[in-house]
Design a protein around this ligand. Structure first.
Ligand code: APR
Length: 230
């Protein structure tokens, strides 16, 4: 069976990473427009680099949780594509081999002149993952985080749509579905396939007619899907 899984920040909560929205979310402590827009980077690049340096240091001390592991284990019997809005690498570290990062990857940096130039994308050598003003990409421009900021195009959206259109089952885990175009993936769910939503809180899944809602955290919810539906 071909299984497509869309994940968001809630996927990594049990690993200790914060979500973006809701009480204590990251966007409560850091104004989005300062740290996650091209305008914010132009205004104060040092602040933005330091924000992502902090996120990377945090990720280095974080491990995948049981939910990530259950998803990775699905590959033993199924063709799995993970479409994630997360910039962490916890799916890969749990063993998932087919991961589409819609919003970029925290451990990578790229050219600030042309963020879409893949020849300038670099993986930072851990544990030395800090970047500073003056660090240059291969094209000579200032290095910036390989993150899709608000207002920027999402280059991997087409790949995600193609993967979802081909799926026999769709699982959504830990996303408030507030951010487009990612949330628009719901428009491409093939009709008639089983759709599951795992989230401890209510999420507005507009348009999807038949959906099995599992009001649990990522690990427990994934376990229920494995035990009862696969
Ligand atoms: N297990 C599963 N889901 C959880 C858990 C948990 N243990 N804890 C919280 N959640 C759910 C919340 O109920 C919420 O619905 O995770 C969701 C997190 O929502 P957001 O913080 O809005 O995160 P996300 O949907 O991934 O945000 C999308 O917004 O700012 C951006 O680029 C950033 O990729 C991000 C995008």
């Amino acid at each position: 069976m071909k299984i497509a899984i869309l994940t968001g920040a809630g996927m990594s909560v049990e690993s200790g990473l914060a979500t973006f929205r809701g009480g204590g979310g990251l966007w409560d402590s850091y104004p989005v427009e300062q740290v996650a827009t091209p305008q914010g980077f132009a205004a104060n690049p040092a602040l933005v680099l330091e924000f992502y340096n902090k996120r990377r240091r945090e990720l280095l001390t974080t491990e995948p949780n049981k939910g990530h592991e259950l998803i990775a284990a699905l590959e033993k019997e199924h063709e799995v594509v993970v479409i994630t809005q997360n910039v962490d690498n916890l799916h890969e570290r749990a063993g998932s081999t087919n991961v589409i990062h819609l919003h970029g990857e925290l451990m990578k940096v790229c050219s600030s002149r042309n963020p879409d130039d893949l020849s300038c994308v670099e993986l930072l050598p851990s544990p030395d993952t800090d970047t500073a003003i003056g660090d240059k990409a291969a094209d000579g421009s200032q290095l910036r985080p390989y993150i899709v900021w608000f207002g920027e195009a999402v280059p991997l959206m087409d790949d995600a749509i193609l993967a979802l259109r081909d799926a026999d089952m769709f699982i959504i885990i830990g996303t408030s579905l507030n951010v487009y175009p990612a949330a628009g993936l719901l428009n491409y769910v093939p009709s008639g396939i089983p759709v599951f939503l795992v989230d401890p809180n209510e999420v507005n899944v507009r348009g999807v007619r038949k959906i099995v809602t599992i009001r649990k955290g990522a690990s427990e919810g994934m376990q229920e899907i494995v035990d009862s539906y696969l």
